[in-house]
Design a protein around this ligand. Sequence first.
Ligand code: SAH
Ligand code: SF4
Length: 359
Amino acid sequence: MPDKVDLRCLTWEKLERFVVDLGWKRYRAMQIWQWVWARNAADIAAMTDLSLDDRERLSAVAFIDRPRMADVRVSSDGTTKFLLELKDGELVETVLIPSDAPQRAGDLAVRMTQCVSTQVGCPMGCTFCSTGRLGFRRNMTMGEILGQVQAARAYLNDTRPEHPIVRNLVYMGMGEPLLNLGPVLDSLRTLEHPRGLAFSPRRVTVSTCGIEKGMREFGESGLAFLAVSLHAPNQELREKLMPRAAAWPLDDLVSALESYPLKTRERITLEYLVIAGLNDQPVHVRQLARICSRLKAKLNLIPCNPTPDTPYRAPSPEELLRFEKALWQKGITAIVRKSKGQDIEAACGQLRAAHMSAQ
Ligand code: SAH
Ligand code: SF4
């Protein structure tokens, strides 16, 4: 018998075909779709508007693959990090970050941004990144990518009766999304389906270290905003920090971003990890100014979260402020993104690394 199909791995078109192939009427696809995505059904048995016979028939050929919650950590700032175990035992991370500041101490955020992973590990080997140091293990399926969204929703439903809403999604967890483009694009199409998860594409951002082929195709799809991990304003430093990503020369990457298709009022986000003494000096401000003058972009400054065995140091608040001010003086819109969840190892790949080394 062929393997059972994971319903979370079927796009809308594939589910319609699957249902028709079973000899069922097309409307069944919408029933199943809503159970899987809008109602977050735990299994096929929960699909109570299908007859018992039909549920049995569907269970014989399909299932809903749900990751196991291996660990949950809640930070003092409300950031919640989940470690999920996939079917083959691999571990990935996803994080919920409060997007609005609580009004009073002890209040919980109402709106949240979720950060999702797209690969187990990452082949790009950036030297500051825990995931990069882990190496590449495998790509995630569409079901596993969106399984993170569903796992967080189920957790919030169970633990937070007032139902905080996850409004924004960032593909900024473990892995390089543009190296797993098929499942990533399928997941983006599924996210925006109005009868399913119903995310607005204007609230979804995909972050890449810069992959030439993938970026063109992603841009043409228009399915989400683009963020680019720049981290270095010159080729030499980029080669040190991001040796594999730098195989696409910085100047060529910036040229590609100049002609990247943008919607009205859309800007590319440039992410810049601030590493004290290494990429936050006056010369780097001048180099960044040259890059930004060529682009419709905004710059996000992320204070480096040092990982074990690296020489990288986080900037002090004064160092960070000095760098930010110098950028503003050059007319660059730079915004500091505070590292959240410091106490729960929330930077990309850190919880998995801590979990593995504790075993
Ligand atoms: N591969 C993609 C998306 C995942 S990495 C990319 O590189 O864009 C997402 C982000 O994790 C990176 O932009 C980087 O800013 C952040 N990150 C990785 N290591 C970090 C560290 N040590 N401290 C703070 N942020 C880190
Ligand atoms: Fe991969 Fe992004 Fe980490 Fe680089 S920063 S190793 S591209 S996950």
